[in-house]
Design a protein around this ligand. Structure first.
Ligand code: PGA
Length: 258
């Protein structure tokens, strides 16, 4: 982490938990959170659990996010949820372009771009996910993939429209596999991402944008990841479903030392 950027620790609860369980988990996080922590904590429950989690989090600084958002305002889009509906459910942020959306639901960079534009238009903060597959890494295409995904996601957007966007670097091979990128591998990718953002929007923008790491982040590896200067936080899947473990991730060593 770098003290000029506010760290963010985000929990992606994916398609887990019922409303009661999600509410209980949120309550446990609210109770266990050190109120003096200077950084941002975010949870992204399943749509159907947003209401329960919103109620549980009332009065806390924990941020509520959706796991996705559709680009259209309203209409015949069965199964989709609009930016206005996500806001109405209490979310201020939306995860966009998660690799599971890209892989399982066929989301292209073009779709990701539409979602980015729709979210920003409605003042929803996108948490944009990018990352390479194992095959892409092994064939030395990591940087090319990241460059393409970033160019696609930000296409047609001006710097001033995107200042609040948070980027999450999530190597696909590290998600849910227990195989974390080494802190050095993550740091290298983050530096590359920052360089791309500099090309798109300039030095000042690049030095401010927050880049989270995601992929098998755990209570026992968060400290070494956060010790890297360009890792500004984490997007956590599995480990964010257990209150004690996720609280340990949130309260990573350097945060407490500040
Ligand atoms: P994981 O998931 O922590 O379970 O690997 C991360 C993510 O998909 O955001």
């Amino acid at each position: 982490m770098n003290k000029n950027r506010i760290p963010m620790i985000a929990g992606n609860w994916k398609m887990h938990l019922n409303a009661k369980e999600a509410g209980e988990l949120a309550l446990a996080l609210k109770k266990g959170l050190n109120p003096d922590l200077p950084h941002e904590v975010l949870v992204a429950p399943t749509y159907t659990n947003l209401w329960a989690v919103r109620q549980a989090l009332a009065g806390s600084k924990i941020i509520l996010s959706s796991q996705d958002v559709h680009w259209e305002e309203k209409g015949a889009f069965t199964g989709a949820v609009s930016p206005a509906q996500v806001l109405d459910a209490g979310c201020t942020h939306a995860i966009i372009g998660h690799s599971e959306r890209r892989k399982i639901f066929g989301e292209t960079d073009e779709i990701v771009n539409k979602k980015m534009k729709a979210a920003l238009k409605h003042n929803l903060v996108p948490v944009l996910c990018i990352g390479e597959t194992l095959e892409e890494r092994e064939s030395q295409r990591t940087y090319r993939v990241l460059e393409t995904q970033l160019a696609g996601a930000f296409s047609g957007l001006k710097a001033e429209e995107t200042v609040r966007v948070v980027i999450a670097y999530e190597p696909v091979w590290a998600i849910g596999t227990g195989k974390t990128a080494t802190p050095e591998q993550a740091q290298d990718a983050h530096v590359f991402i920052r360089r791309q953002m500099e090309k798109l929007y300039g030095k000042d923008y690049a030095s401010r944008v927050r880049v989270l790491y995601g992929g098998s982040v755990k209570a026992d590896n968060i400290d070494s990841l956060m010790a890297q200067p360009d890792i500004d936080g984490a997007l956590v899947g599995g480990e964010s479903l257990k209150a004690d473990k996720f609280l340990r991730v949130i309260h990573f060593e350097e945060a407490l030392a500040r």
